[in-house]
Design a protein around this ligand. Structure first.
Ligand SMILES: C[S@@+](CC[C@H](N)C(=O)[O-])C[C@H]1O[C@@H](n2cnc3c(N)ncnc32)[C@H](O)[C@@H]1O
Length: 346
């Protein structure tokens, strides 16, 4: 599949408008803070953007960031401004034509930003260990509409885990299906190139992430995709596709479920552009100053990561209260007691 994808992004597509679906094209509105960053990016880089989401988590100043499948470099050049002169952003892509666009405009961006903190490497995201990248050296790894194109997603996740620092995170947008994609769809080169054919059934992705060592994948945001092209729509049948952003923290202590230890956090409102609330994921929009009850995993995602200094932490792990209510898994047993049954074995 590498050849099909290289051909699609290297030769078939000349720009965003050539896409036949909105899968590899983020139609969501651009937040104001991003508009300012995009204004400084070269128009040719922007015209070859094929991402499906926003891969700029908060608090990146000074971070080392890696972008998997960086394409023409839009996200790399946006992230370069967020990490600033003390950080670094490395982009990896396997397609010469995409890398050439990104490289051709490096000097333009050095002059626009006033510093040089970007580099691009040619390589496969399934073979990150073959690149000259130090294990445990990245604070954040991002990717925008690329993992679905990989024929070996397990290798990608394991490679990501190896390169992340402890407490680092993989923050990425990608395409998922509501059921397993049949062979006929997966083997269709246009559907594959359009980021649909290689999409994982969402629950297979969750389980793959857990097996790769990311015990508690967190969904940040999602939107349904439409296949409006009259030639492609019938080939997709009743499959439903979604663009979704997940964050996977590299934290050894995470449990397989959200457990309640009676803990809570208070967000200080101290992260730039996030003064009224902090969004950890779709279910954790934490208002500034509010005492916000959290499970043990969420506690760790805030306490053992770069977010630590921006929260006040209440409680510890000394007492367990059972499963954290409303957080994925519920107590599977009936709650009402039948007195006869209760006494049956006394
Ligand atoms: C849909 S485009 C997204 C590009 C970029 N992230 C963006 O938002 O514009 C997919 C990109 O991933 C690259 N890619 C796909 N599979 C890859 C792989 N296995 N290894 C490295 N790069 C890959 C392609 O060359 C292409 O540039």
């Amino acid at each position: 599949m590498h050849d099909v994808v290289q051909d699609y992004y290297g030769r078939e597509l000349q720009g965003t408008s050539d896409l036949k679906t909105d899968a590899c094209c983020d139609a969501s509105s651009v937040p104001d803070w991003l508009k300012g960053l995009l204004k400084k990016i070269h128009p040719e880089v922007l015209s070859r953007y094929y991402g499906c989401g926003l891969v700029c988590p908060p608090l990146l100043e000074g971070c080392r960031v890696l972008d998997l499948g960086s394409g023409s470099g839009r996200d790399v050049y946006a992230l370069a401004q967020l990490v600033g002169p003390t950080g670094e952003v490395v982009g990896i892509d396997m397609t010469d034509e995409q890398l050439a666009v990104a490289e051709d405009h490096r000097q333009f961006h050095i002059e626009a930003f006033g510093y040089d903190n970007v580099r691009f490497l040619k390589g496969y995201i399934e073979k990150l260990d073959e690149l000259d990248l130090e294990p445990e050296s990245f604070d954040v790894i991002v990717s925008n509409c690329v993992i679905n194109l990989s024929p070996d997603k397990d290798a990608v996740l394991k490679g990501v885990r190896r390169l992340l620092k402890p407490g680092g995170e993989f923050y990425f947008s990608d395409v998922y299906a509501d059921k397993r994609v049949p062979d006929a769809v997966r083997e269709d080169p246009v559907l594959y190139g359009e980021c649909l054919g290689g999409a994982l059934y969402w629950n297979d992705f969750v389980n793959l992430s857990k097996a790769a060592g990311f015990a508690d994948p967190r969904l940040v945001e999602d939107r349904p995709l439409e296949v409006t092209d009259p030639a492609l729509a019938p080939r997709v049948g009743n499959l439903r596709f979604y663009s979704a952003t997940y964050r996977l923290f590299k934290l050894d202590g995470l449990e397989s479920n959200c457990e309640d230890y009676g803990q809570a956090v208070i967000y200080q409102g101290s992260i730039a552009d996030n003064d009224t609330k902090f969004i950890l994921d779709k279910h954790h929009h934490i208002d500034t100053g509010h005492i916000f009850p959290v499970c043990g995993n969420t506690w760790c995602m805030l306490q053992d990561t770069r977010f630590k200094d921006h929260f006040q932490f209440i409680g510890d792990f000394s007492r367990h209260f059972g499963i954290f209510s409303g957080c994925g898994v519920e107590l599977p047993f009936d709650q009402e007691t039948n007195e006869e049954e209760t006494n049956a074995c006394c």
